[in-house]
Design a protein around this ligand. Structure first.
Ligand code: UGA
Length: 454
């Protein structure tokens, strides 16, 4: 089968490449000429482990091509997958479907034979039907079917998530389209993946339900962590204790500075809006959004407190700017918000991230100073903040930290270090939902902290 994928963002590029890897002929289309030219030279616009090699392999095998010419790409297409962005609409928080509808119009204008038009972008319930209307209006004689095929890949783990999915969801009400989709995913089904066939609206809802439920888990554990800090529990034990109940599961119970990225913030906001429009409010997700929005400021307060109540003129070594490790994506990254607020509160923030430096510069510019490596960020800092759990940061030993930092104060927003080891090494160590430890105990600690504050 010939597959056309429109949009070469995360979802489009990864799924197009993986379809090629599965043996299909794939054409990836994008309007941005520069991006297509770079892809033709195997320059991948995003950092995603394993993607560059997989693109190169499939280009060499002649299974994947890149173009800006949609009409030419559609010539022999059997399946056309729309994988363009659906950002948050500034006005009301609803998903902005402009790119999706524009793509539908362009497909309708250029397509001259039967194909299945699939939505891979995350879209509100009912969008598939709107796409059908647009296509019918634009090209009344065209024979086509529509399907919804949401994608569940995570950045940083995208290829494995695509090739070894927990499930594949295909929503369509047409038998012919269903057969096409079954054929498309036959290689994954053969390898053991469950293919779930539903109607279009259910499929569209599954994507939002999955993402907002995961975001709910994150906000829930973050509030539990806050409670632990107040009443004296240990969030690691609480998360483990509840997560071992198989009905709950232990994934997505890692407390932190709040969820970020290009999906959860956008999809939770859209879900609230979808519920409001349907007069069926999703109040839980509304609360999840509120908890997450309050989180960056809370993290800043924690850091200021750890620094002795005042960060004016202090050097903060800030490790991690991407919204999570193994990606260069800083979209809606809480780390960025925290770094920016600290700098605006008077601290000298010296930041380092293994992959997201250029991307961060585009968002916060020179508000913070950028170090060339971890050592440079740490050198003579008054406080270190671990904001994103890149493995090279998690592997830093207390001895290394002690030898670089001016003051032994570490605020760990990802619970990457062992409190006992940090205390033994003489640190004030503040993490999330776990009792803080101080270099000195009892009166000595109080005295040391008072001196620092003074
Ligand atoms: C998320 C979903 O996990 C994917 O299934 C989905 O396909 C994707 O959105 C999408 O809709 O395209 P992603 O945004 O790549 O994937 O990142 P996640 O790994 O889900 O992390 C999201 C945020 O939650 C990160 O900021 C992460 O640090 C945070 N998080 C995650 C926690 O704070 N604690 C956890 O236990 C897990």
């Amino acid at each position: 089968m010939n597959i056309v994928v429109i949009g070469t963002g995360y979802v489009g590029l990864v799924s197009g490449t993986c379809f090629a890897e599965m043996g299909f002929n794939v054409t990836c289309v994008d309007k941005i000429e520069d991006k297509i030219n770079k892809l033709k030279e195997n320059i991948i616009p995003i950092y995603e482990p394993g993607l560059e090699e997989m693109v190169a392999r499939n280009v060499t095998a002649g299974r994947i091509t890149f173009t800006t010419d949609l009409a030419a790409a559609l010539k022999d297409a059997d399946i056309v997958s729309i994988a363009v962005g659906t950002p948050t609409r500034k006005l009301d928080g609803y998903a902005d479907l402009t790119y999706v509808f524009d793509a539908a119009k362009e497909i309708a204008t250029a397509l001259d034979h039967y194909a299945v038009i699939v939505t891979k972008s995350t879209v509100p319930a009912g969008t598939g039907y709107k796409i059908r209307e647009i296509i019918q209006r634009t090209n009344p004689s065209l024979e086509f079917d529509i399907a919804s095929n949401p994608e569940f890949l995570r950045e940083g783990n995208a290829i494995t998530d695509f090739m070894e999915p927990d499930r594949v969801v295909c929503g369509t009400e047409s038998t012919r389209a269903r057969e096409h989709m079954a054929k498309l995913y036959a290689p994954l089904a053969k390898a053991g993946a469950e293919i779930i066939h539903t109607d279009i609206i259910s499929s569209e809802l599954i994507k939002y339900a999955a993402n907002t439920f995961l975001a709910t888990k994150v906000s829930f554990i973050n509030e539990m962590a806050d409670l632990c800090e107040k009443v004296g529990g240990n969030i690691t034990d609480v998360a483990y204790g509840m997560g071992t109940d198989q009905r709950i599961g232990n994934k997505f119970l890692q407390p932190g500075p709040g969820y970020g990225g290009s999906c959860f913030p956008k999809d939770t906001t859209a879900m609230v809006n979808i519920g409001e429009r349907a007069l069926s409010p999703i109040t839980i997700v509304d609360a999840v959004v509120k908890v997450n929005r309050a989180r960056p400021h809370r993290m800043v307060a924690k850091i200021i407190d750890a620094a002795g109540g005042d960060i004016e003129g202090k050097k903060i070594a800030f490790l991690g700017l991407t919204f999570k490790p193994n990606t260069d994506d800083v979209r809606d990254s809480i780390a960025i918000l925290v770094a920016d607020e600290l700098a605006r509160s008077g601290a000298t923030v010296v930041a380092y991230d293994p992959k997201g430096m250029d991307e961060a510069k585009e968002v916060i510019g020179q508000t913070v100073t950028y170090a060339t490596d971890t050592d440079e960020a740490l050198q003579d800092a008054d406080v270190m903040v671990l904001a994103t759990e890149w493995s090279e940061f998690c592997a830093l030993s207390p001895d290394t930290l002690r030898s670089k930092l001016k003051q032994p104060i570490v605020v760990d927003l990802r619970n990457a270090y062992d409190p006992a080891a940090m205390q033994q090494a003489g640190f004030d160590y503040i993490s999330i939902g776990r009792a803080p430890v101080f270099a000195y105990s009892g009166e000595q600690a109080a005295l040391a902290r008072q001196t620092k504050t003074a």
